[in-house]
Ligand binder design. Structure first.
Ligand code: NAD
Ligand code: ZN
Length: 358
């Protein structure tokens, strides 16, 4: 089978011929129909994450081994099953839950494998969906899908699921005004989910008018271009002040930062009202100096969100089936075009999600 692999960081991915995986026991082989191209694939390609102050967190220090086939948003058809597989048959259309855990740690024991102490995620720690076939270690990680667009369904496994977790966390203080920073693959899902499951007015911030136009189409009540207005760092007339004035001068109740870089977090913190809630999701990275007293004086909550659990993915499939959320898929690439797909994402040319159709 053909697979597109990261051989080493920052080198073009290589499309090579690999032996097709064979299933045993509980394993399932899925013939890939679509694999979403997530910004996290770019971080994997770049070799890690910016920790700020010139420091870098290498994915190899977190257990990633190159060469690796990326792709964690995978939809396809079951093509072969191991002899212990139950409830899944050859020919079924499935979405793969990629956030596999160890099954033993405290998070796994309560069903949050995405928060496992020793994760085994597909497309990160084991070969993923940028390939004609992918091996799923256990049939319990599959969810049957029907009646929804298959390319769009792929994004439910990461961009949709992560946005769902983040919106649930941001909704804990019943926000009247909810800010979403970053109108990319995750942010556009976040807007739709926020409009579906919260009562909040949504203010979306990005630095690209095309993305903000789509944000409005997805239901954002207000949009703010932080590139035009300026970030907090650039002083007066900044995005935080714009958010505060849009929220009737109260400030935002919750902010979800799908970028999570110094300038966006500064904006988020400055825009929050008392009792505000900041949910950090993006992995753009960097570091920040905080004025500590503001956090207790304003009783702020700052929390992280990482992907989501299997049950939430199933709930999300249901929301997609009902047409309540509609993944935005703007570009489709073949396996041979994988480097173009990643390069275009890096250059912010993709609206919503791109998918690879092997
Ligand atoms: P994307 O490239 O599709 O979207 C990023 C968006 O942010 C773009 O619209 C871009 O214009 C905007 N942006 C970039 N810099 C900005 C800035 N300074 N101010 C305002 N807007 C800015 O990316 P994505 O796939 O949506 O992923 C977003 C981030 O979330 C990535 O870092 C990704 O790795 C991370 N991620 C985190 C999780 C998690 O579980 N925590 C899961 C998936 C992805
Ligand atoms: Zn992802």
């Amino acid at each position: 089978m053909k697979a597109a692999r990261i051989v080493e960081p920052n080198k073009p991915l290589e499309v090579i011929e690999l032996p097709s995986p064979k299933p045993t026991g509980n394993e399932v082989i899925v013939k890939v129909k679509a694999a979403g191209v997530c910004h996290s694939d770019l971080h994997l390609w770049e070799g890690g994450y910016d920790l700020g102050d010139g420091n870098f967190l290498k994915v190899t220090d977190r257990g990633v081994k190159y060469p690796i086939t990326p792709g964690h948003e995978i939809v396809g058809t079951v093509s072969e099953i191991g002899d212990s597989v139950k409830g899944v048959s050859v020919g079924d259309q499935v979405l793969v839950y990629p956030w596999l855990g160890c099954g033993e740690c405290p998070a796994c024991k309560v069903g949050n494998e995405n928060l496992c102490d020793t994760p085994r995620s597909i497309g990160l720690f084991q070969d993923g969906g940028y390939a004609e076939n992918v091996k799923v270690p256990h049939f319990k990680y599959l969810a049957k899908i029907s009646g929804i667009d298959l390319d769009g369904a792929a994004s439910l496994a990461c961009s949709g699921l992560t946005a769902y977790t983040a919106v649930k966390k941001a909704n804990m203080n019943s926000p009247e005004f909810l800010v979403i920073i970053g109108a990319g693959g995750l942010g556009l899902m976040g807007i739709q989910i926020a409009k579906a499951i919260t009562k909040a007015k949504v203010i979306c911030v990005d630095l690209d008018d095309n993305k903000l136009q789509t944000a409005k189409e997805m239901g954002a009540d207000f949009v703010v271009n932080s590139n035009v207005i300026g970030s907090v760092a650039t002083g007066s007339g900044n995005a935080a002040q714009k958010i505060i004035s849009l929220s009737n001068n109260k400030g935002a109740d919750s902010v979800i930062d799908f970028v999570n870089a110094p300038q966006t977090v500064k904006t988020g913190l400055a825009a929050l009202r008392k009792r505000g809630n900041l949910v950090l999701v993006g992995l753009f990275g960097g570091s920040l100096e905080l004025s500590l007293v503001t956090i207790p004086l304003k009783a702020l909550t700052i929390q992280g969100a990482y992907t989501g659990n299997y049950n939430d993915m199933v709930e999300l499939i249901d929301l997609a089936k009902k047409g309540i959320i509609k993944p935005v898929i703007s570009q489709r690439y073949s396996l041979d075009q994988v480097n173009d797909a990643l390069e275009n994402l890096k250059q912010r040319k993709i609206i919503g999600r791109a998918v690879i159709n092997p």
